[in-house]
Design a protein around this ligand. Structure first.
Ligand code: ARG
Ligand code: GLU
Length: 713
C-alpha cells in the first residue's frame, strides 16, 4: 500500500509538470477557476461561460471554420488575423485595387465588402451528452457494434435537441471517444470586410520571421457580422444590418507587463498530447524528417524561380507560404521534441503507468496497452511513411501529379457511379483546374518533379514502391513526361477533359503524365491507404482505452482534452523565455524593432513610408507606452493552429491582444507542452489601434469600440 501511494505521488508530479492545456469553457468551475485566479484573474468561471447571462464566450467567433475572431463593438466589428482574412482580401484585389499590397479601409458601412460563402459561428451552448452517447453499449460488444450504437445515439440526441429554428447543432468527442459534447450554434453568413493593413504591416517579416520571436507582424484584419433586421443569421442582403452581439470585448489601452495574467479563447484545431513515447519518437525522427526533406527540396527550387521572375513570384506566393509554414513548424517541432527530452520523459511516465496498473491489479484491463502501442506503431511505420511520401510528393508538391490525382478521382467517378455523376464532377473539376493552372508554371514544376520523383523512388519503403519507379532514369522520365503530357497547361487539360466520358477515359490513359500518376495513385488507394486507415483505427481504439486509463488512474490530475476545433480556454502569463544558453528573450517587442528590421523594397521587410513617418515624428496618439509603440508580446498560453485570431484577454475580461503564432523552440507543444519554452505570440492590441487610427485614419472604427483603462482606475 505504501509503495502504491508513493508511486501515485511520484507519477502525479510527472504529469502536472507539463502544464499547458486547452480547457472546455463550460467546465472551468473548480480547478481551472482556482488556478486562473491564482494566476491573477479577477473573473469567475461564469464570467467566461454562462448560458443564462452574456459572458465572454458570446464574443468569441469561429471564423470561417479555420480561424478564430472576436466581437469588439456593439455593431459586431470582428477582429481576426491578416492571414485569416487573406483569401477574402485577395479576392477583392485587382491590379487597380491591390488591397493585399496597399491595404483596405471601409470609411463607411456602405463601403464594407461582402464575402459570399464566408461564415462566422457563435457558440450558444455546450451540453455534455456522454451518458446518452453510451446508452445501450456494453463491454461485451465488439468495437464496431459499440461505435455503431454510439453513432445512433448521437444522431438521436442531435435530432431531439432543444434549440431555436435558426440554430444549428453538432456533436464532438473529447478525450479520444471517452466523452461527448453537443454544441448548439448560430452560423452567420453575411460577413463583410472592413479593414486590412498592407501586407508590409500585416505580413511583415513573412516566412523569415514566421514561427519566430522576436516578432513584429501586425497580423490583423477587420470584418463585420451582418444579420437580418430581427438580428438573426441570414445570407447576404443589402438590407441586412450590423448584428447586435450579446457581448463584445472592451479594449484595454493599458497593455501588458511580464507576469500579467492572460487568457486566450478560441478554436484550436488539433493536438496529440497523449501519444505514447514510441509515436512521438516516430513522428519527430522518422515522419517529420521525411516530410521536411521533400518540402526542403521543393521550396528551394520554387524560391529560386520566384526570385528570378515576377510573374512566377505572384503565381507561387500563396502556395509557397502555405508549404513553408508547416515545413518550418515541423523542423521546430522535431528539434523541440529532442531538445526537451519529451520521448524520455514519456517513457518514464509509461514505466510508472505500468507499475501503477500492476500495483492496482488492473493488468487485465490496462496491462497490455503500452506493449500494444509498441507493436502497432512498429507495424504502422512503413505505411505511415508511404502515406506521407505519397501525400507530399504526388498529392501536393509536384503539381502535375496532383492534377493526375484529380483526374484519377474523376475516372473513378465514371467507373463507379456512371455518366451523370461524371458530368457533375467534370464540371466542378474544370472550374477548379482553371484556377489551378492560372498559378501553374511547367518549368518550375518540371524542376520540382525531377528532384522529388527521385526522392520518392529512393525513400518510399520498398513494399510500396510502384513498378514504374524501380530502375528508372529520372532525367529521362522527367523530360519525356514534361514534353509529352497534356497536363502541363490548362489548354491541354481541357482537351483531355472534353468529349464523351469514354473519350475522356481513352485520351487520358494515353497521356504519359497520367499513366505514371495513375499508377502511383492507384497503388496509394489500393495498397497504402487501406492499410494505413485500418491500422490507424486499431491504434485509435487502444488510444481510447489508454486515455480512459489515464483519467481513471489520475483523477486528481489536470488532464486536458486534445484540441478538436471546438471552443477552448487556455491561460497563462506574459512571459519571456530562454531559447538557448545565455540568451533571454523579453516578452514585448516595439515599433523600434520594425525600423531595425527595415530593408527598403524587400518583399519581407519593407516598411511603408507613412509608418516610418509616424515613427520619426512620434505621432503615437494614446497608444504609446513610455514613448514607444508596443507591437507584439508572448505568453505561456497553450495554443495551436486554429487559435489564429483568438483574443488575448486580461484579468478583467478586456482585450489586450490577438493571437497569431507560436515561438519556434516551443512548437512541439502540439505533442508535448514544455512550460519553459512553449510560448504563443500575440499582436499587442495597441498596435492594432495605432494602425487603424494613425496609419489608416479609420477613426470611425476606434469610435465604435469601448476603450478602457483597467490598470489606471
Ligand atoms: N505560423 C502562423 C500559422 O501557423 C502564421 C502563418 C502565416 N503564413 C506565413 N507563411 N507567414 O498560421
Ligand atoms: N498561425 C496559426 C494559425 O493559423 C497559429 C499558430 C499556431 O499554430 O499556434 O492558426
Amino acid at each position: 500500500m505504501k509503495l502504491l501511494r508513493l508511486l501515485i505521488l511520484f507519477i502525479v508530479f510527472q504529469v502536472s509538470a507539463q502544464q499547458g492545456g486547452m480547457w472546455i469553457p463550460s467546465m472551468l468551475e473548480g480547478k481551472n477557476e482556482k488556478e486562473m485566479q491564482s494566476l491573477g484573474m479577477k473573473m469567475t468561471a461564469s464570467d467566461i461561460y454562462n448560458i443564462n447571462n452574456s459572458s465572454l464566450k458570446d464574443a468569441v467567433v469561429h471564423f470561417n471554420g479555420g480561424c478564430t475572431s472576436e466581437l469588439i463593438s456593439s455593431r459586431a466589428l470582428l477582429l481576426t488575423n491578416h492571414h485569416c482574412g487573406y483569401g477574402a482580401i485577395q479576392s477583392h484585389s485587382s491590379v487597380a485595387h491591390d488591397y493585399l499590397k496597399d491595404g483596405f479601409w471601409a470609411m463607411t458601412d456602405a463601403e464594407e465588402l461582402p464575402n459570399p460563402g464566408m461564415v462566422a459561428t457563435l457558440i450558444v451552448r455546450i451540453d455534455d451528452i456522454t451518458n446518452r452517447a453510451f446508452e445501450g453499449t456494453s463491454d461485451n460488444m465488439t468495437e464496431k457494434q459499440r461505435l455503431d450504437k454510439i453513432a445512433q445515439n448521437l444522431d438521436k440526441a442531435q435530432k431531439e435537441v432543444v434549440k431555436e429554428s435558426w440554430q444549428e447543432v453538432f456533436v464532438k468527442s473529447i478525450y479520444h471517444g471517452n466523452q461527448y459534447l453537443l454544441y448548439v450554434t448560430e452560423v452567420f453568413k453575411d460577413i463583410r470586410l472592413v479593414g486590412a493593413p498592407p501586407s508590409s504591416i500585416g505580413k511583415f517579416g513573412s516566412d523569415t520571421d514566421n514561427w519566430m520571436w522576436p516578432r513584429h507582424t501586425g497580423d490583423f484584419s477587420l470584418f463585420r457580422i451582418y444579420a437580418s433586421k430581427d438580428n438573426k443569421p441570414a445570407t447576404y442582403s443589402k438590407d441586412n444590418v450590423p448584428y447586435i452581439p450579446k457581448h463584445f470585448l472592451p479594449v484595454s489601452l493599458d497593455g501588458v507587463a511580464e507576469n500579467d495574467f492572460t487568457l486566450v479563447f478560441g478554436f484550436p484545431g488539433r493536438t496529440n498530447e497523449y501519444l505514447p513515447s514510441i509515436a512521438v519518437d516516430q513522428l519527430a525522427n522518422k515522419l517529420n524528417p521525411a516530410r521536411i526533406e521533400v518540402r526542403d527540396v521543393a521550396l528551394k527550387i520554387v524560391d529560386s524561380y520566384m526570385r528570378k521572375d515576377q510573374q512566377i513570384k505572384i503565381q507561387y506566393a500563396s502556395k509557397y507560404a502555405s508549404i513553408a509554414n508547416y515545413w518550418k513548424k515541423w523542423i521546430g517541432e522535431s528539434q523541440g521534441i529532442n531538445k526537451s527530452d519529451a520521448v524520455k520523459i514519456k517513457k518514464k511516465l509509461e514505466t510508472d503507468f505500468d507499475k501503477l496498473v500492476a500495483a492496482k491489479g488492473l493488468q487485465n484491463k490496462y496491462g497490455t496497452l503500452l506493449s500494444d502501442f509498441d507493436s502497432m506503431y512498429k507495424e504502422i511505420e512503413a505505411v505511415s511513411l508511404a502515406n506521407d511520401y505519397w501525400s507530399e510528393v504526388v498529392n501536393r508538391n509536384v503539381e502535375l501529379l496532383s492534377a493526375t490525382v484529380m483526374m484519377y478521382q474523376l475516372e473513378q467517378v465514371y467507373e463507379k457511379k456512371g455518366t451523370q455523376a461524371f458530368e457533375e464532377a467534370r464540371e466542378k473539376l474544370n472550374k477548379r483546374l482553371e484556377g489551378f493552372y492560372k498559378n501553374y508554371n511547367a518549368t518550375v514544376d518540371k524542376a520540382v518533379f525531377e528532384k522529388l520523383i527521385e526522392i520518392y523512388a529512393n525513400n518510399i519503403p520498398r513494399t510500396y514502391l510502384s513498378k514504374s519507379l524501380s530502375n528508372v532514369d529520372f532525367k529521362k522520365l522527367t523530360d519525356e513526361i514534361y514534353k509529352k503530357s497534356k497536363l502541363t497547361s490548362y489548354e491541354g487539360v481541357s482537351e483531355l477533359l472534353s468529349g464523351s466520358p469514354s473519350d475522356f477515359v481513352k485520351k487520358i490513359n494515353k497521356d504519359k503524365g497520367y499513366q505514371l500518376g495513375k499508377e502511383l495513385t492507384a497503388d496509394f488507394y489500393n495498397n497504402i491507404n487501406p492499410k494505413f486507415v485500418k491500422m490507424s483505427e486499431e491504434i485509435a481504439t487502444v488510444q481510447k482505452v489508454y486515455m480512459k486509463a489515464l483519467l481513471e488512474l489520475f483523477p486528481e490530475e489536470r488532464i486536458f482534452p486534445d484540441a478538436n476545433s471546438t471552443l477552448r480556454v487556455t491561460y497563462g502569463k506574459v512571459s519571456g523565455y530562454q531559447p538557448k544558453d545565455a540568451v533571454y528573450y523579453k516578452p514585448v517587442s516595439y515599433l523600434d524593432g520594425i525600423i531595425e528590421k527595415y530593408v527598403p523594397n524587400d518583399y519581407e521587410f519593407d516598411v511603408p513610408l507613412k509608418l516610418r513617418e509616424l515613427y520619426e515624428t512620434k505621432d503615437f496618439g494614446q497608444y504609446a507606452e513610455n514613448g514607444k509603440i508596443p507591437v507584439a508580446f508572448i505568453g505561456t498560453n497553450h495554443t495551436t493552429g486554429g487559435n489564429s485570431g483568438s483574443p488575448a484577454i486580461d484579468a478583467h475580461g478586456n482585450l489586450i491582444g490577438l493571437n497569431f503564432d507560436r515561438v519556434w523552440e516551443g512548437t512541439m507543444s502540439d505533442l508535448y507542452y514544455d512550460p519553459a519554452i512553449s510560448r504563443n505570440i500575440m499582436v499587442d492590441i495597441r498596435y492594432v489601434l495605432f494602425i487603424v487610427d494613425k496609419y489608416a485614419g479609420a477613426t470611425r472604427l476606434i469610435d465604435e469600440m469601448k476603450l478602457v483603462h483597467p490598470k489606471k482606475k
